[in-house]
Design a protein around this ligand. Structure first.
Ligand code: PGA
Length: 252
């Protein structure tokens, strides 16, 4: 099964628009349900509304969770609240959240909170830039190792990893990664997990690619890039292109 995750970020503007978009996306998901499992991670204010569309082939998720539940924190939402709205997945460690201050340690705590409530974290990792010497590899290694050190071996299987090079994300992206760059990083990510927990665990975790994925390049990340799924930002807000994207990976 290919995991296709849409990240709506801060869009759309109204709950009515969110309802329409979720319905259209769920209809797309149904067409390709044999091979693709579609999830939309929406702003948390819309989760209650879009949960009406949840089906075996269409799941929903949130975009962040409080790391600490022991103290009151204005403006944050906790894992129980997310769960009660019907969500199954939660994006953590996204570069836009890291840029606002989430550290590897915060991300690790957020994952612990999610696993406690049986939610599935989508852990985003990726380098800000690439240097010729390969130092960027140690950034990614650190992002992963700090999380892996905080959770038990048995709960690792509930995590999804998304490799998202920061330079490939959003409207300011330099470019998307090449499928070869994606494949290399997925090998590297699995090697880190394998060194800590063995090959079986490493191979059981889905590793997605994210960063400027569209209907033209999606298939190459799955075939040559060896990603088990995709994390899609902008195109997840355009049902027509999202539909073409889903179609392009459904027949692989
Ligand atoms: P993008 O965003 O597809 O718009 O580059 C991806 C992401 O931020 O997860």
């Amino acid at each position: 099964m290919i995991l296709l995750v849409g990240n709506w970020k801060m869009a759309p503007d109204t709950v009515a628009q969110a309802g329409v978009l979720a319905k259209k996306t769920s209809e797309i998901a149904k067409q390709y349900k044999k091979t693709v499992l579609t999830t939309i991670c929406s702003p948390s204010v819309f989760l209650g509304t879009i949960s009406k569309q949840v089906k075996p082939w269409f799941r929903i998720g949130a975009q962040g969770v409080a790391a600490d539940v022991a103290i009151a924190q204005t403006g944050f939402i906790n894992a129980s609240q997310i769960k009660s709205l019907g969500a199954e997945y939660v994006i953590v460690g996204h570069s836009e959240m890291r840029a606002r201050g989430d550290t590897n340690e915060t991300v690790a705590l957020q994952i612990v909170r999610l696993l406690e409530k049986k939610l599935k974290p989508i852990l985003c990792i990726g380098e800000r830039e690439r240097d010729m010497q390969g130092w960027y590899l140690s950034d990614v290694k650190e992002q992963l190792e700090i999380v892996l050190a905080s959770i038990s071996k048995s709960s690792i299987k509930n995590i999804v990893i998304a490799y998202e090079p920061v330079w490939a994300i959003g409207a300011q992206a330099l470019r998307e990664a090449t499928p070869a760059e994606c494949r290399e990083m997925i090998i590297f990510i699995r090697k880190i997990i394998s060194d800590l927990h063995g090959e079986k665990v490493a191979n059981s975790i889905p590793v997605l690619y994210g960063g400027s994925v569209n209907d033209q390049n999606a298939k190459s990340f799955i075939i040559e890039g060896t990603a088990q799924g995709l994390l899609v930002g902008r195109v997840s807000l355009e049902p027509k292109r999202f539909g073409l994207l889903a179609k392009s990976i459904a027949t692989i």
